[in-house]
Design a protein around this ligand. Structure first.
Ligand SMILES: Cc1cc2nc3c(=O)[nH]c(=O)nc-3n(C[C@H](O)[C@H](O)[C@H](O)COP(=O)(O)OP(=O)(O)OC[C@H]3O[C@@H](n4cnc5c(N)ncnc54)[C@H](O)[C@@H]3O)c2cc1C
Length: 471
């Protein structure tokens, strides 16, 4: 049966971008529907990406006792033989809860949830096929938001058996904790999983085509991260390409273009992601995607067809849940004429490696390239009382401060709580504050936030020395 229903907004995809677009429009009093295929309510974020990977990481940190070893010794463990079910039990519990939260938010906001795969019939009409029930409905809308996200890219010639050769989706059904593993790709996902397995005691080899990793981050912090991962027995093979992965009964052998052969019990691929646009029949809406399935949008998240927006991973970098949510909200506001400027140039980047990394604003490389004079203030966790109490001797916080007007240009953090702590710097930057605020403000003690004050004093002393020289 086919029914045509009129909506103010139809959103395709219920990940963070789609959800927030739908909710923002509903709060403006609009009639909204969200289309989601199969069993993926909450999107990649809830089902296969952010939520499971961060829950898995939490389980790894807890059960291995990793963060307590500085205090209780290298042999400290909460559980000696950690099994996949120890780790995955926590993951499925949290996923279940999060799906319920999403469902209830949609219901509360009277957003119609339509189950099935959506595709364009024309620029205002979407056909939704519910393959399981064998049903098809047609909906029409004044505005459309495409938030269909991505799936892991699987290179041709590699046989993924989801047992020994896996991607970030397959890893969530892992049947054993491998003693050794090759991770192909040193992007954010690859490094996060390399960290988790290294913490579990797996001997990890990371193979990366480029000569460096996480190029968008502060170089000093990436060096610290590499040092820590090497200390956890991670081997890096930079500037190396994989030519073959062979699977046998007892393991795998990964062959590199340089001729090296790396035996390992498992191989995890994290070599990019592909936008989910193929089944959308974009041409019926007058749109197209690039070779990686991404849709081009302008600063308002509008595609070249004015009433069709695209948000989240399907538009490319930075492809984070955090940014996708705000893109969704901003797209809905723009569609319905609600003013909002957003703060997209101050988006934080969080990498849940072990230890974690986070930053906001410019890097030293950016500032140097653009000839913007700055000074650096550093605080080391080992000099903070909270750092000693927590047993984190390696963490550091770095402030980049303009020597012209003392504004904060960038904040870079490595260590415990980095992804939370970053928001103090972000707030100061967002409000146009200077480093003086961090010098003058009184922080709770003992906290890791105190790192801001220590780094602010450090940079202020350096800038004073410069000032004294000039006068
Ligand atoms: C392993 C991993 C770890 C991550 N960790 C983090 C992290 O720590 N922090 C962070 O901020 N981000 C993280 N991310 C990224 C984050 O998950 C994504 O940025 C976010 O999920 C993207 O949201 P989205 O709205 O674009 O849609 P997605 O979450 O990708 O969801 C898209 C939805 O659209 C649906 N869909 C697709 N096509 C159709 C169709 N034709 N009809 C109907 N429905 C359709 C899909 O089924 C899916 O449910 C991680 C990603 C991965 C893979």
């Amino acid at each position: 049966m086919s029914v045509a229903i009129e909506y103010d907004l139809v959103v395709i995809g219920s990940g963070p971008g789609g959800q927030k677009a739908a909710i923002a429009a509903a709060k403006l009093g609009k009639r909204v529907a969200i289309v989601e295929k199969g069993k993926m309510l909450g999107g990649v974020c809830v089902n296969t990406g952010t939520i499971p990977s961060k829950t898995l990481r939490e389980a790894v940190l807890y059960l291995t006792g990793m963060n307590q070893r500085e205090l209780y010794g290298a042999s400290y463990r909460v559980k000696a033989n950690i099994t996949p079910s120890d780790l995955l039990a926590r993951t499925s519990h949290v996923i279940g809860k999060e799906i319920e939260v999403v469902r209830s938010q949609l219901l509360r906001n009277r957003i119609e949830l339509i189950t099935g795969t959506g595709k364009f019939l024309d620029p205002h009409t979407i056909v939704v096929d519910d393959e399981q029930r064998g049903e098809r409905i047609t909906v029409s809308a004044s505005n459309v938001v495409i938030a269909t996200g991505t799936a892991p890219a699987r290179p041709a010639g590699v046989e993924f058996d989801d047992y020994r050769v896996l991607d970030s989706d397959g890893i969530l059904n892992l049947e054993f904790i491998p003693a050794s593993m090759v991770v192909v790709g040193a992007g954010v996902i690859g490094i996060e999983y390399a960290s988790m397995f290294a913490a579990l005691g797996t001997k990890v080899t990371v193979v990366e085509k480029r000569e460096t990793m996480l190029d968008f981050c502060d170089r000093e912090i990436v060096e610290s991260l590499q040092f820590h991962l090497r200390d956890l027995a991670v081997t890096f093979r930079f500037g190396e390409a994989v030519t073959a992965v062979d699977v046998g009964p007892s393991g795998t052998v990964t062959t590199l273009a340089s001729g090296k052969r790396i035996p390992a019990e498992a191989v995890m691929y994290s070599a990019g992601r592909q936008g989910l646009t193929e089944s959308l029949d974009l041409e019926n809406a007058g749109l197209e995607a690039d070779a990686r399935g991404r849709i081009f949008v302008d600063d308002n998240f509008q595609t070249k067809v004015d009433h069709i927006y695209a948000v989240g991973d399907v538009i490319g970098f930075p492809a984070l849940a955090a940014t996708s949510m705000d893109q969704g909200r901003l797209a809905a506001y723009h569609a319905f004429g609600e003013p909002s400027k957003g703060l997209m140039d101050l988006q934080p980047i969080g990498i849940y490696s072990i230890p974690e990394v986070s930053y906001v604003g410019a890097t030293e490389v950016d500032l140097t390239k653009n000839s913007i004079p700055y000074e650096v203030g550093v605080s080391r966790y080992r000099e903070l009382a909270r750092g000693q109490i927590a047993g984190d001797s390696y963490g550091m916080l770095k402030l980049l401060v303009s020597t012209d007007d003392l504004t904060l240009l960038g904040v870079h953090i490595f260590g415990s709580g980095a992804t939370d702590l970053i928001h103090i710097g972000q707030a100061v930057m967002g409000c146009g504050g200077t480093v003086d605020y961090l010098v003058d403000a009184v922080f709770n003690y003992p906290t890791l936030s105190d790192a801001y004050k220590v780094a602010a004093l450090d940079v202020t002393n350096k800038i004073r020395a410069l000032h004294n020289f000039a006068h």
